[in-house]
Every structure is written in structure tokens, then in C-alpha cells.
Design a protein around this ligand. Structure first.
Ligand SMILES: CC(C)(COP(=O)(O)OP(=O)(O)OC[C@H]1O[C@@H](n2cnc3c(N)ncnc32)[C@H](O)[C@@H]1OP(=O)(O)O)[C@@H](O)C(=O)NCCC(=O)NCCSC(=O)/C=C/c1ccc(O)cc1
Ligand SMILES: O=C(O)CCC(=O)C(=O)O
Ligand SMILES: [Fe+2]
Length: 357
């Protein structure tokens, strides 16, 4: 197909979404220019003048996670930045390498294999392959393909997740469990929650979703985005990025962006909306975005640690015990997530849905 036919919106949607070629397929056509549908409005483009290089998010060594100093560093970072990186986190480097390889293995499958997992075709509601975020609702599309895997049980994953990446994704999830519990324990302590009982465990980590993100080489880095400004709706997210770079976090001054540099063997941790709500705003779910790259393909693999869909989330009684004003309403978590998934990325707007004025 001639690259110019991709400027026709119907042809593009058919090729990228319905036939399952993804933006990977577009990229491999060797387009000289970016199809119109991907051109973002000026205010959503990322320019280097918006980047501050003097600041960076903390890098925290987890080898002595029981040391109160480490706990303080984690909680301070969660309050101030909402983002930090961890090293010596206990997950073997090989497990991380394997899940990156598995991501490539999935995307290198022919489109007729991948198309089996699109929203229209997937035999499981928990497995979805797609491109951009919410194409139906977006003014401009995002330069990203994804495979999203909702974890229910090991057996269900073994039966439904694509073979090309199934074992590696499961292993990464399993091996991250201890780190997730350590982080949540430390973060809860500062909120005066000393014990994570069964109910609290469901509220903090009752469900998990792993996404394999693929950002192919883009013909024009300046005009588009890989992921638009958003905050995650998770409790917290554990993110594996490769050595390419391109993830930016909103700076405290609100006007500029801070790059999250790739650190070999590290994982990026960020607080999501659910934990911002549960902590009544103490921990911050910070806006972030991803830029495209004209020279390299990038992959990333976030694990979204979430409340269970059937949990009602709201500020914890322990947090409100000091008499502070409740700033978020209680909400059924699956309603909150549906609200997020039905609209285009729009910065921190999702949380407005539950704000008490
Ligand atoms: C509400 C869910 C998501 C679906 O429930 P459902 O109603 O039984 O299932 P549906 O298949 O009918 O999906 C409902 C809507 O969500 C959409 N959706 C269903 N999974 C997906 C999907 N992975 N992708 C993007 N739309 C989807 C789906 O398109 C659909 O939209 P609509 O057709 O307008 O009703 C349910 O699984 C749930 O409550 N999950 C809770 C755990 C959970 O997934 N939490 C989200 C963590 S993800 C996160 O923090 C950040 C994710 C993120 C992801 C991409 C980014 O670019 C940036 C961030
Ligand atoms: O690719 C990245 O570095 C970040 C991805 C992200 O923000 C997301 O999937 O929610
Ligand atoms: Fe994100």
C-alpha cells in the first residue's frame, strides 16, 4: 500500500487497528511524513524548552528496605514527586531482560496473529492488543501499540495470554510481588496503617494489569506523542523501561517537565490516582508523558497494581483521624477505571470525577 493512502482516516484505522498492523506496521512502511491523524495540537507537543535538566527524581537503593532512612526516602518521594526509581530491588536482571525480549517477540508476530487479540476479536476480555489509547475519543492519535493483560489467576493467564510473552510476563509479575509489598508497607506506615489486613490488601493490590508497550521509530518526533499527558489510575505502577529514554514527569512548578533517565537494572515507581485518593492527597499521582523517537524503537512494561474492581475506594479513616477535611468521595473502583478508559488522555482530569468541592 502507498504510504500516502494513510492520510485517509478510514484506510488508516483499517490498517492500524482493524487489520492489527499497529503503528509498527506504519513505521515499517517507511513513511517520509507523519499521517495527519497523528499530528497533535501545538499545546500537546513536547518541546525541549519545556524540559528542566537541573532536577531529577530520586533513585532509591532498596537493599536495606527495612532501614527507616530508606522508608523515609520512599515516602518523601511519594509525597513530593510521586515518582522515583529503585535499584537493588530484588528482581533478577535476567527476569527484566526476558520480559523485554518477550515484548519484541510478541510484536514481531505477523499481524494476522496479533489481530486475534484486538477488542473486536479477542476471546478473552482480559487480553487486549491495540494502538493509541482511546482512538474513538481522541482528537489526535498516539504513536503507541500495546498489549494489555489483566491478571486474574495463573491458570487463566496460562490459558489466555499470548504464548509469545506469557511466561515472561507472568514471571516478572510474580517476582515483583515482594517489592510491591515492601513499598506498600512502608507507604502505609506513614499513613498510620500499621497492618495490611485482607481488606486492605484487596484495596491496595487486589488486581493487576501488565502492559507491553511498543513505540516504533516515528517519522516526525516533534509533531506527535507516544503517550499524552496522563496520570495512572493504579495504586502504584512498577515500570520497566529500556535504554532509549522519553518518559517525562510534570515538575513541581507545573510548567516544565523532568526526564526520567534510563538507569540500567532500575525500575521506575509511580503513585497512581487510587493511592492519591486513599491517602486524601498526601501521596501524589503525577502527570507524565512519553515522547516518540526518530532513531530507535522503544519498549516499556508497566505493572499496574490496583484495587480490586469491586472495591469502594476513598480516603482511609486513619488518614482523616487527625480531623483533616476529606477531599475525595468514595467511588467504586471499576467505575473510576471505566471513566478513565472512555476518554482521551487529559492530564490530571480523571481525579476531578471524585473531588469534593
Ligand atoms: C473497568 C475495567 C477496565 C473493564 O471492565 P469491564 O466493563 O468488565 O470490561 P470492558 O471490556 O467492557 O471495558 C470497559 C471499558 O474500558 C475499556 N478498556 C478495558 N480495558 C482497556 C485497556 N486495557 N485499555 C484501554 N481501554 C480499555 C473498554 O474499551 C471499555 O470501554 P467502552 O467500550 O467505552 O465501554 C475492569 O477491568 C477494571 O475495573 N479493572 C480494574 C483494574 C484496572 O484495569 N485498572 C487500570 C490500571 S491501568 C492504569 O493505571 C493506567 C493505564 C494506562 C494505560 C494506557 C495508557 O496510555 C496510560 C495508562
Ligand atoms: O512508556 C513509559 O515509559 C510510560 C508508560 C506509561 O506511562 C503508561 O503505560 O501508563
Ligand atoms: Fe502512565
Amino acid at each position: 500500500m502507498a504510504p500516502t493512502t494513510m492520510n485517509n482516516p478510514t484506510n488508516l484505522i483499517e490498517f492500524v487497528m482493524l487489520e492489527g498492523n499497529g503503528v509498527k506496521g506504519l513505521s515499517e512502511m517507511g513513511l517520509k511524513s507523519l499521517p495527519n491523524q497523528y499530528i497533535q495540537p501545538l499545546e500537546e507537543r513536547m518541546s525541549m524548552i519545556k524540559v528542566v535538566s537541573q532536577e531529577s527524581i530520586p533513585i532509591i537503593d532498596m537493599s536495606n528496605w527495612n532501614d527507616p532512612k530508606v522508608g523515609d526516602a520512599i515516602c518523601d518521594a511519594a509525597e513530593k514527586w510521586g515518582f522515583f526509581q529503585v535499584i537493588n530491588h530484588g528482581i533478577p536482571i535476567q527476569v527484566l531482560e526476558n520480559v523485554k525480549d518477550a515484548t519484541y517477540r510478541f510484536y514481531e508476530l505477523p499481524s494476522k496473529e496479533k489481530v486475534k487479540y484486538t477488542k473486536e476479536n479477542s476471546s478473552s476480555k482480559h487480553v487486549r492488543y491495540g494502538s493509541s489509547f482511546t482512538p474513538e475519543a481522541e482528537k489526535a492519535l498516539e504513536w503507541k501499540d500495546y498489549l494489555s493483560l489483566f491478571y486474574v489467576s495463573e491458570d487463566e493467564a496460562m490459558a489466555t495470554w499470548p504464548y509469545a510473552c506469557r511466561d515472561e510476563a507472568l514471571e516478572y509479575m510474580k517476582m515483583s510481588e515482594t517489592l510491591i509489598k515492601q513499598l506498600l508497607n512502608v507507604l502505609m506506615k506513614r499513613l498510620n496503617v500499621s497492618q495490611i489486613d485482607e481488606k486492605r490488601e484487596s484495596l491496595l493490590m487486589g488486581s493487576k494489569r501488565i502492559n507491553l508497550n511498543y513505540y516504533p521509530i516515528c517519522p516526525n518526533q516533534e509533531l506527535t506523542v507516544a503517550i499524552g499527558r496522563h496520570s495512572d489510575v493504579s495504586t502504584l505502577t512498577v515500570l520497566l523501561q529500556d535504554e532509549t529514554g522519553g518518559l517525562y514527569v510534570r515538575a513541581e512548578d507545573h510548567h516544565s517537565w523532568i526526564h526520567v533517565p534510563p538507569v540500567s537494572g532500575a525500575l521506575v515507581i509511580n503513585i497512581g490516582d487510587a493511592l492519591q485518593i486513599i491517602s486524601n492527597g498526601r501521596y501524589k499521582s503525577i502527570e507524565h508523558r512519553v515522547t516518540t523517537n526518530e532513531s530507535n524503537t522503544r519498549v516499556s512494561v508497566p505493572i499496574f497494581v490496583n484495587p480490586s474492581p469491586s472495591d469502594v475506594i476513598g480516603p482511609l479513616p486513619e488518614v482523616l483521624a487527625n480531623g483533616e477535611k476529606q477531599i475525595y468521595k468514595n467511588v467504586l473502583y471499576s467505575d473510576y477505571v471505566k471513566h478513565f478508559f472512555r476518554k482521551a488522555h487529559d492530564g490530571k482530569m480523571t481525579i476531578e470525577y471524585v473531588k469534593i468541592d
